[in-house]
Design a protein around this ligand. Structure first.
Ligand code: ADP
Ligand SMILES: O=P(O)(O)O[C@H]1O[C@H](CO)[C@@H](O[C@H]2O[C@H](CO)[C@@H](O)[C@H](O)[C@H]2O)[C@H](O)[C@H]1O
Length: 465
């Protein structure tokens, strides 16, 4: 059922939603399609809205909605609209809210998953709920919306399961679900187990997975290690409390383990190394047009990619695609990787293509640089941290990058792969430059005060080119 009249309330709600990519641009919700009504009470619907921009481009977003007869003051911040619902006029006047903010609505989602048979599926209108494995979902629990929601909305059910509602609807299999399903079936210990998902036709709408109760964010852990080091400027990284190198090495092994499963399951191929270098050059040229701070480094970067030399054939397979410390969680049972959606800006079809595993490795290496430099940046805000801190920063960066790489390569060799070749080392260096180029664009758009971190890395690369 679709409504094509104007939707001013929905248009206004999107303008302030954190996950709405069109914030700050003129936009209008042109169509609303009701995909499903879930068995309540309260009445919960899954709507998909079409957003149109002045240049004629369109995007689709998912809006799980809860419709109450009475106003719900406790979730007033999530009010989408009040009045008669065009898609259900017989229901009379209702107060409609973004469902992820409402515990009663989330209990309906959970109940719907519970009544879906293990390993089976159940359809509600145009939405199909799927269950994976035999985990018995806890139902006597409260739901909590994660406050850091960015491109999606994540809701924890107690400390048992986690629902991730994908906001931007893109046609085709969502790589996060697809990869979690494969790694769960392979019993890989480095991800949260997949418990189920919601699908509408060809589109994946949401994913239910194991809640990692003992998880600590890898980015936060790395920052506290750096801060520890800086608090004792006379001590080396291996002498001061909070040394991270052991964790970095284990994280490298975890990434290698995940790569082994992805390679086996989705298959692998080889491509001419020169074509990977050419892709980096093309990405650079595309970024240069819209990101002025990159311009002074353009020639040095072009040289880095042009000088890659004869890399021979290089292996490609499915990878994470946007790996950094913020996508890692340290639990009591070791490291877990999250968010296999790939680079957010890329079209979905491209994110599912095989890619070089060294791209993920380079993403993590860049992240160790980010961790240390973001703490240095904080120190600069309160005065000059002095040369000793710069020296320690470099020490932390090199120590943890080396440990991660060692952990990765060693596990790869244990799994039957080869040691790192000179060509692969050159490829990792180039992927780091490539990622730093992407980061300059990302920071210029989202966090302009951070742009110096990838720019400084590019300058260092340029000095050696
Ligand atoms: N299975 C999980 N258990 C507990 N916390 C998780 C789990 N998966 C992700 N998280 C937390 O939720 C945050 C958002 O998850 P993520 O998959 O990166 O969503 P998004 O696509 O919105 O960025 C992560 O930074 C992580 O801290
Ligand atoms: O939103 P995603 O997590 O998919 O990734 C995007 O945002 C990241 C920032 O949160 C960005 O990562 C960059 O900043 C990180 C620190 O905040 C740092 O660890 C990464 O190395 C750095 O690339 C990521 O690139 C972007 O795709």
């Amino acid at each position: 059922m679709t409504s094509t009249s104007s939707h001013p309330q929905m248009t206004a709600y999107l303008a302030h939603a954190r996950w709405f990519a069109g914030k700050g641009r003129d936009h209008v919700v042109t169509d609303v399609t009701r995909v499903a009504t879930l068995p309540g009470p309260p009445t919960v619907t899954i709507d998909v809205v079409d957003v149109t921009y002045p240049d004629g481009s369109t995007e689709r977003y998912q809006m799980p909605l809860v419709h109450h007869v009475e106003e719900q003051h406790r979730i007033g911040h999530a009010l989408v609209g009040h009045g008669t619902d065009e898609l259900d006029p017989d229901a009379g006047e209702r107060w409609t809210y973004d469902a992820v903010h409402d515990r009663e609505a989330m209990a309906v989602y959970l109940q719907t998953f519970c009544s879906t048979p293990s390993g089976g599926e159940q359809a509600y209108g145009g939405a199909t709920f799927h269950r994976v494995g035999d985990h018995e979902l806890a139902t006597d629990v409260h739901s909590t919306l994660f406050s850091g929601e960015q491109s999606n909305s994540s809701v924890a059910f107690g400390d048992d399961s986690l629902l991730k509602v994908f906001r931007k609807v893109t046609s085709g299999r969502n790589p996060d679900i697809e990869i979690h399903e494969v790694l769960t079936e392979a019993e890989n210990p480095n991800v949260a187990a997949l418990y189920g998902w919601v699908q509408a036709g060809e589109d994946d709408l949401a994913m239910l997975q194991q809640f990692l109760r003992t998880a600590a964010d890898g980015w936060d852990l790395a920052l506290s290690s750096v801060r520890n080091l800086f608090s004792e400027a006379d001590l080396h990284a291996d002498e001061v409390g909070g040394d991270f190198a052991g964790e970095s090495e284990r994280l490298g092994a975890a990434v290698a383990d995940v790569h082994v499963v992805l390679r086996e399951h989705f298959g692998h191929d080889t491509v001419d190394g020169a074509s990977l270098a050419e892709q980096m050059r093309v990405r650079l040229e595309a970024q240069l047009a819209g990101v002025p701070p990159l311009a002074p480094h353009a020639d040095a970067l072009r040289r880095v990619f042009a000088d890659l030399g004869d890399l021979g054939r290089q292996e490609v397979h499915r990878v994470h695609g946007d790996l950094h410390l913020g996508q890692t969680l340290r639990t009591a049972r070791g490291w877990k990787l999250v968010d296999f959606e790939g680079e957010p800006a890329k079209p979905l079809a491209e994110r599912r293509l095989p890619d070089s595993p060294w791209r993920d490795v380079a993403g993590m290496l860049r992240s160790f640089d980010y961790a240390v430099e973001s703490v240095v940046k904080d120190l600069h805000e309160v005065g000059d941290p002095g040369p000793q801190v710069e020296y320690r920063a470099q020490e932390w960066r090199e120590r943890n990058r080396a440990a991660f790489l060692h952990g990765y390569v060693e596990r790869r060799v244990e799994a039957g792969g080869s040691a790192m070749t000179d060509a692969e080392r050159a490829l990792v260096d180039a992927y780091e430059a490539d990622k730093a180029v992407y980061e300059v664009g990302y920071e210029a758009r989202n966090r302009p005060t951070w742009v110096d971190i990838p720019l400084a890395a590019i300058s260092r690369i340029g000095d050696h080119a």
